[in-house]
Design a binder for this molecule. Structure first.
Ligand SMILES: [Zn+2]
Length: 404
C-alpha cells in the first residue's frame, strides 16, 4: 500500500488539481481525498510534485534476447521506469525473432520480473523479411501488435494480407515506412511506403499504425487520408521535432529515419497539433559507444527515459502547451492503440503513476541515463522537469531500492 501525501494530480482529462492525498492499494487507485491517513502504507511526500498517469511508450527496442550487449530487458525497463514509463511495446528485431509461438514464448520468458508492463510485438514476416508468420496462431496466442520494425513490410501482398488480418482480429499493424536501399533524403523512401499503406488501407480498413513519421511530405499524405476518412494512426519521436544538441560524435545523430531539416520539424509539429499524428514514442534504440563511433555507425537513438522529460520541456515549458494536452500523446492515444484502458485519476483505475517535479533543473548526461545505450542526440541538453518516482501496477519501481 502506498500513500502519496499532498500531491497535485493531472491526467489527459483534467487540469492540475489542488494538492490532495492518493492511496494505492492492490494495484489500483484506492482512494483520493483531501486527507487520508493510513499507518500501514508506505508514505511518499508529494509536496511540490505532480502525479501523472504512467507514460506509455509504444516503440522500444529492448535488445534481449540476442543483443544483450546493447541492452537487457532489465536495463531497458529500469530506464523506462526512471522516465515515468509504465508500459512499453517492445519491437521484434531480436534473436530469436518472435515470428512463431515458440519464439514468442522464448522472448517473453526474458520479460518475467520486469518492473513495468511489456507488450511484445510479433514479426509480420519470419525473421522480419522472409515468409509470413502464422498471424492467426500468434493472435490466438495473445499477440496484439505485428510489425517488422527495423524493416518495412516490403511486399504489397503481405501488407494487404496483414491489414485484412488486423481488421478481423483487431490487432495493430505497425509499419516502419522506409523503402530499403533508397536514399532517404532525396528518394522519398518514407513517403512511398506511407502512401502505399494508406492506399491499401483505403480498401481494407485494417488497423494501420505508421511508426516514426518524420517528413513534411508524409504529413501531407496523412492529411489527404483524414479528408478521405482512411483509417490510420501515426506516431512520431522527439528527435523529429526537437532540434538536437551540437558537437556530439556523428554517430549520435544517425537514426532511421534520419534527422530532418527545419521545414520537416515544423510540419511534424503541425501534424501533432492538428491531430494527424496522435502518438509520441521514443523509438528507444540503444547501441554501444563503439558501434556509434566507427566509420559506419549503427543507427538508432536511446531515449525511453527521456521521452516524457523532453516532451515536457519542449511543449509545456517552451511552447506553453497544457500538460493535460501533452498526456494525450503520451498516455491516452498510446493506451487506446494498444487496447489498454488509459489511466486517469479515478478510484478503481490501474495504479500506473509517475511523480514529476516540474521545478527540477538537470542536464542529460551519460551518468543520468539508466539504459546501457548513451547514444542520444540530446546529450548535454539542459532540462527543467524530472521524474522522481514511478509506480507500476501499484508497485513502487523507481527510485530503485538500492538508491533509496
Ligand atoms: Zn523503425
Amino acid at each position: 500500500m502506498i500513500l502519496i501525501k499532498n500531491v497535485r494530480t493531472t491526467d489527459w482529462r483534467r487540469a492540475e488539481s489542488e494538492p490532495r492525498d492518493l492511496l494505492v492499494s492492490d494495484g489500483k487507485i484506492a482512494k483520493i481525498a483531501d486527507t487520508i491517513s493510513r499507518e500501514d502504507a508506505k508514505i511518499i511526500n508529494g509536496k511540490g510534485l505532480i502525479a501523472l498517469p504512467g507514460i506509455i511508450d509504444v516503440h522500444v527496442h529492448l535488445r534481449e534476447p540476442g543483443y544483450a550487449y546493447k541492452e537487457t530487458v532489465e536495463t531497458g525497463t529500469r530506464a523506462a521506469a526512471a522516465g515515468g514509463v509504465t508500459t512499453v511495446c517492445a519491437m521484434p528485431n531480436l534473436s530469436p525473432c518472435p515470428d512463431s509461438i515458440l519464439h514468442y514464448e522464448t522472448v517473453v520468458s526474458f520479460q518475467k520480473g520486469a518492473p513495468i508492463r511489456v507488450i511484445q510485438s510479433c514479426a509480420v514476416n519470419e525473421n522480419l523479411k522472409e515468409g509470413r508468420s502464422d498471424w492467426e496462431a500468434l493472435s490466438n496466442h495473445g499477440a496484439r501488435v505485428f510489425t517488422n520494425d527495423g524493416w518495412p513490410i516490403g511486399r504489397c501482398s503481405d501488407m494487404a494480407a496483414i491489414l485484412n488480418h488486423s481488421r478481423k482480429s483487431g490487432c495493430v499493424v505497425a509499419e516502419h515506412a522506409e523503402v530499403m536501399g533508397m536514399n532517404e533524403e532525396s528518394d522519398r523512401a518514407e513517403e512511398i511506403l506511407v502512401a502505399r499503406d494508406l492506399m491499401l488501407n483505403e480498401r481494407i480498413g485494417g488497423r494501420l499504425h505508421i511508426q516514426h513519421i518524420s517528413t513534411a511530405e508524409s504529413t501531407s499524405w496523412l492529411k489527404e487520408s483524414k479528408i478521405k476518412n482512411i483509417g490510420y494512426t501515426a506516431e512520431t519521436c522527439p528527435h523529429y521535432f526537437i532540434p538536437p544538441e551540437k558537437g556530439l560524435p556523428q554517430g549520435y545523430y544517425e537514426v532511421y529515419p534520419p534527422l530532418r531539416g527545419s521545414e520537416d520539424l515544423r510540419a511534424i509539429l503541425w501534424a501533432l497539433s492538428s491531430g494527424l499524428i496522435t502518438v509520441i514514442a521514443s523509438d528507444h534504440a540503444p547501441h554501444t559507444y563503439e558501434e556509434k563511433t566507427v566509420e559506419k555507425p549503427a543507427r538508432g537513438l536511446t531515449g525511453v527515459e527521456l521521452l516524457f522529460p523532453l516532451c515536457y520541456d519542449f511543449f509545456v515549458n517552451r511552447l506553453k502547451m497544457r500538460l493535460e494536452r501533452l498526456l494525450n500523446y503520451l498516455v491516452c492515444a498510446p493506451a487506446r492503440l494498444l487496447g489498454l484502458d488509459p489511466v486517469c485519476f479515478e478510484v478503481g483505475k490501474n495504479a500506473d503513476i509517475a511523480l514529476f517535479d516540474p521545478a527540477a533543473v538537470w542536464t542529460i548526461e551519460e551518468s543520468t541515463l539508466h539504459s546501457k545505450g548513451k547514444n542520444t542526440a540530446f546529450l548535454g541538453k539542459q532540462m527543467k522537469g524530472k521524474i522522481v518516482a514511478t509506480i507500476a501496477s501499484g508497485n513502487l519501481v523507481y527510485p530503485f531500492e538500492e538508491d533509496e
